[in-house]
Design a protein around this ligand. Structure first.
Ligand code: NDP
Length: 243
């Protein structure tokens, strides 16, 4: 029986590549984004060619009621979720003195409440099945801080604490929870960073380059598999040696 994976924020960027890797590894994947878009449509079209069971769903991860409705729909139509990848995220970069309440709230809502809402809805069925893999996408910003990212770093640090605590609660049910901290990865989100900051970052990265989405997806694929059975509560860096 195919395992079912829900990858949030998989219309483009890191999430899309994670979804591709999982489809290619034999998972039935549910794609997701906040809204219907050309990106989501073309991703679904592309991956349906690899596995006709690939489907997609749209909901705003920061809306608790919408998340609950969507998860019920997934259970009704697909039956279960074995692997949850909390990948959807946003950045609203500003120095703290210039940061509005809305900049703060929106980043918290999407990057931290989002994983909370979804995990809360998906976890009971994983516990019942005595199997599950939860993989959260945090950031290097959570570990070292990042200029103009107090909101983002706070939310992503929260996600690390969330994951470690969750792992303590779920281990006895054979549900693992791990968190990945990517460094600078080439996506639409990172392309919004001014080039001079990217160049400055590259000088500090041991491998002297930004990362590729596949370099996150390959680790996710391993963590999503049964081969990672004794790894839980782990924080895994994929940052090219940005120490
Ligand atoms: P992108 O901006 O390329 O893609 C973000 C995805 O998340 C899209 O599919 C988007 O869909 C979805 N999304 C955004 N907001 C919401 C929402 N409210 N509800 C549902 N879905 C939403 O981002 P990346 O691929 O670069 O980033 C993916 C993850 O990796 C994020 O959590 C990010 O913080 C993290 N990360 C990225 C790094 C990088 O350098 N790129 C570095 C470290 C961490 P839609 O367009 O429909 O809203």
């Amino acid at each position: 029986m195919k395992q079912i994976a829900l990858v949030t924020g998989s219309s483009r960027g890191i999430g899309k590549e994670i979804a591709r890797e999982l489809v290619q590894s034999g998972f039935q994947v549910v794609l997701h984004a906040s809204k219907a878009s050309k990106d989501l449509e073309s991703t679904e079209f592309e991956f349906k060619k690899l596995d006709h069971r690939t489907s997609s769903i749209v909901f705003d991860v920061s809306d608790g009621a919408a998340v609950e409705r969507a998860c019920k729909d997934i259970f009704k139509s697909i039956g279960r979720v074995d692997v949850l990848i909390n990948n959807a995220g946003i950045a609203r970069d500003k120095t703290l003195v210039n940061m509005s309440d809305d900049d703060w709230d929106s980043v918290m809502k999407v990057n931290l409440y989002g994983p909370f809402f979804i995990t809360k809805n998906v976890l009971p069925a994983m516990i019942e099945n005595n199997y599950g893999r939860i993989i959260n996408i945090s950031s290097i910003a959570a570990e070292r801080g990042a200029y103009g990212k107090t909101n983002y770093a706070a939310a992503k640090s929260g996600l690390i604490g969330f994951t470690k605590s969750l792992a303590l609660e779920t281990g006895r049910y054979n549900v693992t929870a791990n968190v990945i901290c990517p460094g600078l990865i080439d996506t639409e989100m990172s392309r919004a960073i001014p080039e001079k900051y990217v160049q400055k970052a590259i000088e500090q990265i041991s491998l002297r380059r930004v990362g590729r989405t596949e370099e996150i997806a390959s680790l996710v694929s391993f963590l999503a598999s049964e081969k990672s059975s004794y790894i839980t509560g782990a924080v895994l860096d994929v940052n090219g040696g940005w120490l």
